[in-house]
Design a protein around this ligand. Structure first.
Ligand code: HEM
Length: 526
């Protein structure tokens, strides 16, 4: 075989090799730097916990918790690539970041993936603190995820949960992949609420969405070395992102076109609105809005709410079921409550009426969220003083103000990671902190509003999760139905439930959750 190679090919290959060698050399130099050199002058230096190599474990939330407890530190410094971070590990320090200095830490660090996939960060979660974020967050609270809107999706939830019960009934007596079934039901509910019953939401689109959540889950090497601007192109990451955006974009365009066509048809009035409709309404009547709602904004927001709702709710459900399977006393008590409340209303068995009466179930959910917060290291917040601030974002008198946490000066160019996992298990606030004891929430005022800083599974402050009510009603309705209609056993060869965690988009179970549903007969229940 003859291989022909032109002089152009050779010089191209040579150039590529030289660029690669230089890149590797620069990276090596940067990686070998410790965090020490970047520490700011200040009254007290932050305890340094290391650099990117030390974070590279698969359980960073546990590793960071161990380090904080070992050094007795509520605030630690961490160098990831070129970026300085601080890690917050106690409720007191979290309160300072998310309440006392909430405005200062209200932005998010730049993430290339969010920039490309969300049309220049036109979403909510990755939008920098500013006019766009403020307006969209307000619309999210008042329009998209308000109590009234969440209630308007009730029929969707009840229908889909009833389908889940039917599938489980058909499979009763045999092991089922419950994790996969939960993921399907939460994604169907969320997609119907966001996009309506769209034909385009096929498996290909769901795979793109999966990949999108993956790349949004954390920093890539190129995010950690922003000065090496050529890295995303050189590693092929940018073109990968662009391909993903093209794929999601064409589906979202078709969904929006379909909605517009349907809205212009006679008789469309009275049709139940989904989130795309709500955003199109706002777009049509946006005279009062400061920042225009473009089609890109509609696509970014609906895609984000779709993605945000699925992983978090599925993960929450998987952990609750794992914990109650490990604690038969809790399982029995929760089941008894659900059957007492819903047993009489057999005809309304899939409905949400009655959910409010399930007080013990609330405690079970709260306790599981304490031990297994789906987002254990809060989406990093950015010290907004790190760049020359735009005058609009910063109250003038604060421009030169440094942020002081406890007795540490937090330097400019610092991102803050809040270790929710450590905080929710702080032994100073929680007796037998690692044990699953739902009763600890009995007669206690702690809620999911982020007001008690030793319990923050949904975050707190300005950037707190706006999807709490939507997520919680999905979780509670599904859980109540699983307990109402079925008893649950482990597959024959399985002795117990493995609780190993897997750190990814959310903190999920490492192993799939296989269980056997046994249909429950209401006639026998007294
Ligand atoms: C059990 C379910 C859920 C949990 C545990 C959860 C948790 C969280 C957490 C911890 C944050 C970061 C808060 C912070 O930085 O202080 C967050 C942000 C967010 N969540 Fe959720 N979430 C859940 C469900 C949902 C749902 C159902 C939606 C929407 C459909 C949603 C939409 C969002 C959005 C848009 C943000 C970004 C807020 C911002 O940056 O202003 N979440 N969530």
């Amino acid at each position: 075989m003859i291989i022909s190679c032109s002089s152009f090919d050779i010089s191209f290959l040579l150039a590529l090799t030289i660029i690669l060698v230089i890149t590797l050399f620069i990276l090596k130099q940067k990686l070998s730097k410790t965090a020490v050199s970047n520490l700011p002058p200040g009254p007290r230096k932050l305890p340094i916990i290391g650099n990117i190599h030390q974070m590279a474990g698969d359980q960073p939330h546990r590793r960071l918790t161990d380090l904080a407890r070992k050094h007795g530190s509520d605030v630690m410094s961490l160098q990831l690539g070129e970026l300085s971070h601080i890690v917050i590990s106690t409720p007191e320090a979290a309160k300072l970041v998310m309440k006392t200095h909430d405005v200062a830490f209200a932005s998010r660090p730049y993430l290339l993936a969010a920039d490309v996939l969300y049309y220049g960060c036109k979403d909510i979660a990755f939008a920098p603190y500013g006019d766009h974020w403020r307006q969209m967050r307000k619309l999210c609270t008042l329009e998209l995820l308000s109590a009234r809107r969440v209630e308007s999706f009730r029929r969707i939830r009840e229908e889909e949960v009833s389908n889940l019960v039917a599938s489980l009934t058909a499979a009763a007596g045999k092991p089922v992949d419950l994790g996969r079934m939960l993921s399907t039901v939460t994604s169907t509910i969320t997609s119907r609420a966001a996009f309506g019953k769209a034909q385009e939401l096929n498996d290909d689109f769901l795979m793109v969405v999966d990949n999108i959540s993956d790349v949004l889950a954390g920093f890539r090497i190129s995010d950690l070395y922003p000065s090496l601007k050529f890295l995303p192109s050189l590693t092929g990451f940018k073109s990968k992102l662009e391909k993903m955006r093209k794929a999601s974009d064409s589906v979202l365009d078709r969904i929006i076109d379909d909605h517009k066509a349907r809205r212009s048809m006679a008789g469309s009035k009275g049709r139940k609105e989904d989130l795309v409709d709500v955003l199109l309404n706002l777009q049509e009547n946006q005279e009062d809005l400061g920042v225009p709602i473009t089609t890109d904004v509609i696509k970014a927001i609906t895609l984000e709410l779709f993605i945000a709702g699925i992983e978090t709710s599925t993960t929450t459900l998987e952990w609750i079921i794992s914990e109650i399977m490990k604690n038969p006393r809790v399982l029995q008590k929760a089941q008894q409550e659900v059957r007492q409340v819903f047993g009489d209303e057999y005809n309304n068995k899939f409905g949400e009426a009655g959910l409010d009466q399930l007080k013990y179930l609330d405690m079970v959910i709260a306790e599981s969220l304490r031990l297994h917060p789906p987002v254990p290291l809060l989406v990093p917040r950015e010290n907004k003083y790190q760049k020359p601030p735009a005058p609009l974002l910063v109250p003038r008198e604060n421009v030169d103000q440094k942020v002081k946490l406890i007795s540490y000066d937090v330097p400019i160019n610092t991102s803050v990671i809040v270790n929710v996992w450590a905080i929710n298990r702080d032994p100073r606030y929680w007796k037998e902190a690692d044990r699953f004891i739902p009763e600890r929430f009995m007669d206690c005022s702690i809620d999911h509003k982020g007001t008690d800083f030793h319990y923050i599974p949904f975050g707190a402050g300005r950037r707190m999760c706006p999807g709490v009510s939507f997520g919680m009603v999905i979780v509670k309705l599904i859980l109540a139905n699983l307990l109402l209609h079925f008893d649950w056993t482990l597959p024959a060869k399985q002795k117990n439930i493995d609780m190993t965690e897997c750190f990814g988009v959310t903190l999920r179970r490492q192993h799939t959750l296989h269980l056997i549903p046994v249909s429950y007969s209401f006639v026998d229940f007294e």
